[in-house]
Design a protein around this ligand. Structure first.
Ligand code: PNS
Length: 168
């Protein structure tokens, strides 16, 4: 039986922290599907810098070292997406206790909804302070985020932020 895991997230944009978790999940499972959430219901402040297609393309470029990883968009519940793709587990990274509190709640809800397991991998300590939102904020004020995202993501981020600045 092929054991599949889903790595879900919004990936706006994908960071080296995400890629570390995806690569480690690829070593644990036969197949990993990176599930890019396309309709997350969070506050208006979560409006995306990149479209779902752009986010997926950036992840595809980043996961070429792992032939057992593929990238798909999903809308609706992550548990439903797991059922559709035949995944037995959701894999997520934990950076620290604030992630834990939120992730525990989601994992317990998801386990109530289905029998999919949530597997947590501890984030690389060198990446424990890295998040997509902080990367965007630092980059938008001209800070150097080259250590935290792949080169092609840095290029796309720099371009998109420049476009946003021109648009005012
Ligand atoms: O990158 P993020 O913001 O941590 O990703 C969050 C994501 C997409 C994994 C989460 O919001 C999610 O699972 N959304 C799908 C909707 C859903 O299943 N919600 C119930 C979770 S208990």
């Amino acid at each position: 039986m092929v054991r599949r895991a889903v790595c879900p997230g919004s990936f706006d944009p994908v960071t080296n922290g995400h890629i570390d978790i995806i690569g480690r999940a690829a070593a644990l499972f036969d197949e990993v599907i990176v599930g890019v959430g396309v309709n997350r219901s969070k506050s208006a402040s979560s409006s995306k810098l990149f479209t779902a297609d752009e986010r997926m393309a950036m992840i595809r470029d980043a996961v070429t070292p792992w032939p057992n990883v593929r990238v798909e968009g999903f809308s609706g519940l992550v548990t439903e997406f797991c059922r559709e793709v035949g995944a037995v587990a959701i894999v997520k990274g934990l950076r620290g206790s604030s992630d834990y509190d939120y992730e525990l709640q989601m994992a317990q809800m998801n386990s109530h909804l289905t029998d999919v397991e949530t597997v947590f991998l501890m984030t690389d300590p060198g990446m424990s302070f890295v998040s997509s939102s902080l990367v965007k904020e630092v980059a938008s004020f001209g800070g150097d985020v080259a250590d935290f995202v792949p080169a092609h993501v840095l290029t796309a981020l720099t371009q998109r932020l420049a476009e946003r600045r021109e648009q005012g």
